[in-house]
Design a protein around this ligand. Structure first.
Ligand code: HEM
Length: 393
């Protein structure tokens, strides 16, 4: 609840070693072999998602039973061009709150892919009020997640959770469900995230048809995907921009690469990888349960019923163990949007540095020290921007 558990867990590992018991039935592991053992196994000996740690949506129908995602190049490019245009006007004042612009862009892209219409953030230069509501809804999920860790007391603890917080979660769900219904009414002509879900038809009654998603399932998936697909990429872009401002030599090398004639951009890839490593956008819990009879993780036996998770955050960089870096998680339940996320981040960052000279704003180093409620609570990121004279796009 303090928003600091991401750091506390690292301290505990430093003090007690690679595996720490953080509750009667809860283990946390340091990344390495544990990532493979917990997340990569398939079949009957695999670890399953630990459901109580993934709060069900208000309609109680599970989400993320999802489909693969395809890169939607033309659609993404259209929004990234609008981002550059919007920034061209905003940068005339010199100082720009860039993290808001990243959020406008990624939410508009995911909104269009999901609901057939953007949130109009780039058009209106502001976050849609619904997205603000979503951030409050995430805090509600954190409260509920904590309450669920104390099953015998949850009726009492539930009374302590402010009603207004719970209501925000429900409001967000209802608005998302409304948008889903409008998109479904448009039919299945578009090639977007929804068309993947509607590919086999639509079942009005949940649990009635195998292989066909029900309306309730689509409501639940959309509710989670709109956040999973937008806030994460916007966070990655903000922190990478922050570090690029902080380290001018890296920024200059990247700018030179992006403004060269080459279409192969290895340093851009390296910068993104390093950004995702030192500040992974999703630091929420990836809790899993072992198969019946328990299973070994990194040489330790995890008994049945004991949850296990790996800490994604690893700020150390000496003696890099690169196989310990999995910002998208890994294995059969790893991120489905990884390809789309890379495509968005690469294009947005490349175009930003192609069209603008950027430099650090006045607020200094403090920006990176943030609380976490599943996602980072990012403060505004002010940077100086100057538009370059260029006819190329
Ligand atoms: C930098 C951007 C992103 C990061 C760091 C990220 C990270 C993650 C992580 C760590 C998980 C595993 C969660 C768990 O085990 O509970 C995950 C799952 C998922 N992500 Fe992402 N994600 C990103 C972008 C996206 C995008 C753009 C989309 C879709 C538009 C997306 C869709 C999903 C879905 C559907 C899952 C659930 C997969 C499953 O449970 O089987 N993500 N992501």
């Amino acid at each position: 609840l303090s928003g600091r558990s991401h750091l506390r867990m690292l301290e505990l590992h430093k003090q007690y070693g690679p595996v720490v018991r953080i509750g009667p039935n809860r283990l946390t592991f340091f990344p390495g072999q544990s990532l493979k053992d917990i997340y990569n196994r398939t079949g009957p000996r695999s670890f399953k998602k630990n459901r109580p740690y993934y709060m069900p949506p208000p309609n109680n129908v599970d989400h993320l039973v999802g489909e693969g995602l395809k890169t939607q190049e033309a659609l993404v490019t259209q929004y990234v061009d609008a981002f550059i245009q919007g920034l061209s006007a905003a940068s005339q004042k010199g100082l720009v709150e860039i993290s808001a612009w990243f959020n406008y862009t990624t939410f508009d892209i995911t909104g269009d892919l999901m609901f057939g219409d953007s949130f109009g953030c780039l058009r209106n230069n502001k976050l849609h009020p619904w997205i603000q509501l979503m951030f409050s809804a995430i805090k509600a999920l954190v409260f509920l997640g904590v309450v669920k860790q104390f099953p015998t007391l949850d009726w009492l603890l539930m009374k302590l959770v402010p009603k207004s917080i719970l209501q925000k979660g429900v409001d967000h769900f209802n608005l998302s469900a409304e948008k889903v219904d409008m998109r479904i009414a448009m039919g299945n002509e578009k090639n977007d995230l929804m068309s993947g879900m509607l590919k086999n038809g639509l079942s009005e009654k949940h649990g009635q048809h195998r292989g066909i998603m029900s309306r309730a399932e689509i409501h639940s998936n959309s509710y989670i995907l709109i956040i999973a697909g937008s806030e994460t990429s916007a966070t990655a872009l903000s922190e990478i921009t922050y570090y690029l401002c902080k380290y001018p030599a890296i920024r200059q090398r990247l700018v030179a690469e992006v403004r060269s004639q080459s279409s192969d951009l290895p340093f851009l890839h390296a910068v993104i990888q390093e950004g995702l490593r030192i500040y992974p956008p999703f630091v929420g819990t990836l809790s899993r349960l072992p198969p019946p009879g328990g299973e070994a993780v990194d040489g330790y036996f995890v008994p049945e019923g004991v949850s296990a998770l790996v800490q994604i955050l690893d700020p150390r960089f000496l003696k890099d163990k690169l196989d310990a870096v999995e910002p998208f998680s890994t294995g059969p339940r790893g991120c489905l949007g990884k390809i789309l996320a890379y495509a968005e981040i690469r294009l947005i960052l490349a175009k930003l540095l192609f069209h603008f000279d950027i430099s650090p704003g006045p607020e200094g180093d403090g920006w990176i020290d943030q609380d976490v409620y599943y996602l980072w609570a990012k403060p505004p990121l002010m940077i100086y921007m100057i538009k370059r004279e260029t006819t190329a796009t």
